[in-house]
Write a protein that binds this ligand. Structure first.
Ligand code: ATP
Length: 298
């Protein structure tokens, strides 16, 4: 289990991370979100032992993260770090050896992952000769070659097509099943919704929203009512107090409301038409993110 406790990091007067705490259990995928400059990379660097916090503590399975513990951490960072003149095999052997593994073991694991990612024929090719997507797969393999207890993934899907996204996603789910704690960061909220059970949202280094994704979504008052059908009196719906907006996309209306108590009033109007769909849905994480972050800037 990873425990981040009250960490603060300042660069001069700029507080990059402000008294941040969270925990990631074994086999849990945790989302670390925030707009550009919110403090995610700084947090990652502190967790990885690359940067010292001004205050606070990070422990992995009860041990302070030092040189020994970093052998049990894997990461895909935003600034990719492949040595492109090396072959795939040399690169992975380099990383694996740094993490204290024997070459034979590294090779066995590498063969497994290359086969799984359908790139076995690239083993002796130079990294620079690989496509961006395949380089990204190698980056991922280098992060997990040590079978880490903690895996940090910062935008791991950049540059991947949907088929390769699926290959990496399946690999992440398998690692989760084996008990790896995973911290996942992405600006693409659909990945976060897909993946993360818990999350923290940072604004200027400060956690402004945290907890279970399902709780965050259900506690967020604003809802989207999705309606399909004909002869629906949309103008009457627009006039209801508490209706924020009504948009239409391919015959389906999305009615944003202040809270779910407005839903029955809308239903009373909708049912007079020929309705084929009426659904009260939580707001998307994207909407929640934008409002939470926007609110802080006001
Ligand atoms: P992004 O999504 O753009 O990668 P981030 O959430 O990772 O952003 P950080 O890189 O952690 O954000 O930056 C947090 C704050 O700390 C920013 O205000 C940034 O300018 C500042 N900062 C980061 N690194 C340094 C540094 N080495 N020296 C001074 N200030 C820094």
């Amino acid at each position: 289990m990873l425990i981040v406790k009250n960490i603060t990091k300042k660069y001069g007067k700029n507080v990059a991370v402000d008294n941040l705490s969270f925990a990631v259990a074994d086999g849990e995928i945790f989302g670390l979100l925030g707009e550009n400059g919110a403090g995610k990379t700084t947090t990652f660097r502190i967790i990885m032992g690359l940067l010292e916090a001004n205050a606070g503590e990070v422990t992995l399975d009860g041990k302070k993260i030092d040189y020994n513990e970093t052998d049990h951490i894997g990461f895909v960072t935003e600034e990719r770090s492949l040595l492109t003149k090396l072959s795939v095999q040399e690169q992975i052997e380099f990383y694996g050896t740094l993490k204290g593994l024997e070459k034979e073991e590294i090779d066995k694991r590498l063969d497994y992952w290359l086969d799984r990612f359908e790139i076995s024929s690239y083993k002796t090719r130079k990294i620079k000769e690989l496509s961006k997507g395949n380089q990204q797969k190698i980056q991922f393999i280098s992060a997990i070659i040590n079978e880490p207890k903690l895996l940090i993934l910062d935008e791991p899907f950049t540059g991947l097509d949907p088929i390769n996204v699926k290959l990496i996603k399946d690999a992440i789910y398998d690692l989760k099943k084996k008990g790896t704690s995973i911290i996942f960061s992405s600006h693409q909220m659909e990945y976060i919704e897909d993946f993360c059970e818990k999350l923290v949202l940072l604004v200027k280094g400060h956690a402004i929203l945290e907890g279970k994704l399902s709780d965050i979504k259900s506690n967020y008052a604003k809802k989207n009512i999705m309606v399909k059908g004909s002869n629906i009196e949309i103008d009457a719906i627009k006039k209801i107090k508490g209706v924020i907006s009504v948009t239409e996309n391919q015959g389906e209306y999305c009615i944003k409301v202040e809270d779910k108590s407005i839903a029955p009033k809308i239903f009373n109007i909708v049912k007079k038409g020929d309705v084929t769909k009426y659904d009260v849905a939580d707001a998307s994480l994207n909407e929640i993110f934008i409002e939470a972050v926007g609110g802080i800037h006001e």
